[in-house]
Write a protein that binds this ligand. Structure first.
Ligand code: PLP
Length: 375
């Protein structure tokens, strides 16, 4: 029996348009054939447009998910005797820290309160006292729904002689990457969030100076060697055998984003949906409360804390009956909030190809089901 088709309202993987699903039926191709170069070239051209990418950046596609790309950047840019700083505003910032530990790097952490963005004064103070070689940060923290000022942060990091690595996984394709102003050494993202594709391909934007640095780092690994990935990227290839089904979908979807919807229109749609969700939650103070201030609010997902009388599991079950898969918050973050006797969060994603009408229907369902559960 086929499984129930749920409309995904989770912060990745995201709902796919029927056209993106259809593109999975395009013919497979050989990954070292000229057809592969055509597909990869088209993907690169459109990624460049979406990233508003300066000329001195290379693009590399790495088989895997966002984490694979992040770890590739970390292993290739952080030498064993380097000092690494991981700036965290939530669970995904801490992911870089776990990777650093797992790879035996010397790492320190600078943590900000959940719900807040990076405080540049505190960052500057830490940088001044730390003499770091590399600093990681999160553009859009998906556990808390916070977007940080990566332009200000990356400028500070570079002013203190360190290389910034940015996790742009849940922002890229939903808003300006800001790569041209921030000049990160590496900006990492993936397919299954704001680009509204299945998971399977990490995408790296690599500045020239990251290549110079990587050349001096030993033990970069094989599938995590940034230099090899960039070399293949320059030849419009992927280092190890890719999923050609996903590449077909990427070609179609990225072309639609750039040439049918328009990059700026896509960004504007994400911001408009953020405004919709924030107004909706604000109008229901009995059940929902915004977790993040306007200035720090993510364009791709909104976190709201819920009335303690609402059982997230019951809400999820009720919404499932309606055909939706809802998000009941990042477990690690809710565990922390719960231990502090604070209200739990749910996340309302408005990323990828979710449109205003679809969002309105979802919010209507969430409204009636949450009201019914409190009665
Ligand atoms: C989803 C996500 C990741 C992890 O990406 P995977 O593709 O699951 O490996 C990392 N960082 C952020 C901000 C994310 O939202």
């Amino acid at each position: 029996m086929p499984r129930q088709a749920l409309e995904l309202f989770i912060p990745g993987p995201t709902w796919l348009r029927p056209e993106t699903r259809q593109a999975a039926l395009l013919p497979e191709f050989g990954h070292r054939d000229s057809q592969a170069r055509e597909v990869v070239s088209s993907i690169f051209d459109n990624l460049r447009a979406i990233a508003e990418l300066p000329d001195d950046y290379d693009i590399a596609l790495v088989n895997g998910s966002g984490s694979t790309g992040m770890e590739c950047a970390l292993r290739s840019l952080v030498a064993d005797d380097d000092r690494l700083l991981c700036v965290t505003v939530g669970v995904f910032g801490a992911l870089f820290h776990s990777m650093a530990i797992g790879n035996g790097k010397q790492v320190e952490r600078l943590d900000f309160e959940p719900g807040c963005s990076i405080d540049l004064d505190v960052l500057e103070h830490t940088l001044r006292n730390g003499r770091f070689n590399v600093v990681t940060l999160t553009h859009n923290e998906s556990s808390t729904g916070v977007v940080s000022d990566i332009v200000g942060a990356c400028r500070l990091i570079r002013a203190h002689g360190a290389l910034p690595i940015v996790d742009g996984v849940s922002l890229f394709g939903g808003d300006h990457s800001r790569i041209a102003d921030a000049l990160p050494a590496v900006y990492a993202t993936t397919t299954q969030k704001c680009l509204a594709l299945p998971a399977g391909q990490a995408i790296l934007f690599v500045h020239r100076d990251a290549l110079d640095k990587a050349a001096q780092v030993s033990n970069r690994g094989y599938t995590s060697d940034l230099l090899k990935h960039v070399e293949f990227g320059r030849d419009r290839q992927i280092m190890t055998t890719p999923d050609t089904t996903l590449l077909n979908q990427m070609q179609v979807q990225l072309d639609t984003i750039v040439h049918a919807e328009g990059v700026l229109q896509r960004f504007a749609r994400h911001r408009a949906m953020r405004a919709t969700v924030r107004a909706w939650a604000t109008a229901r103070p009995d059940r929902f409360e915004l977790f993040v201030a306007d200035a720090d609010a993510s364009p791709s997902l909104t976190t709201v804390s819920i009335d303690p009388a609402l059982d997230p599991a019951a809400l999820k079950a009720a919404m499932r009956e309606r055909g939706y898969l809802i998000d009941t918050g990042h477990k690690k973050l809710n565990d922390i909030l719960g231990a502090q006797s604070r209200r739990l969060l749910i996340r309302i994603p408005h990323m990828g190809d979710i449109g205003p009408a679809m969002l309105d229907r979802y919010l209507d369902a969430l409204d009636s089901e949450s009201a019914a559960l409190r009665r």
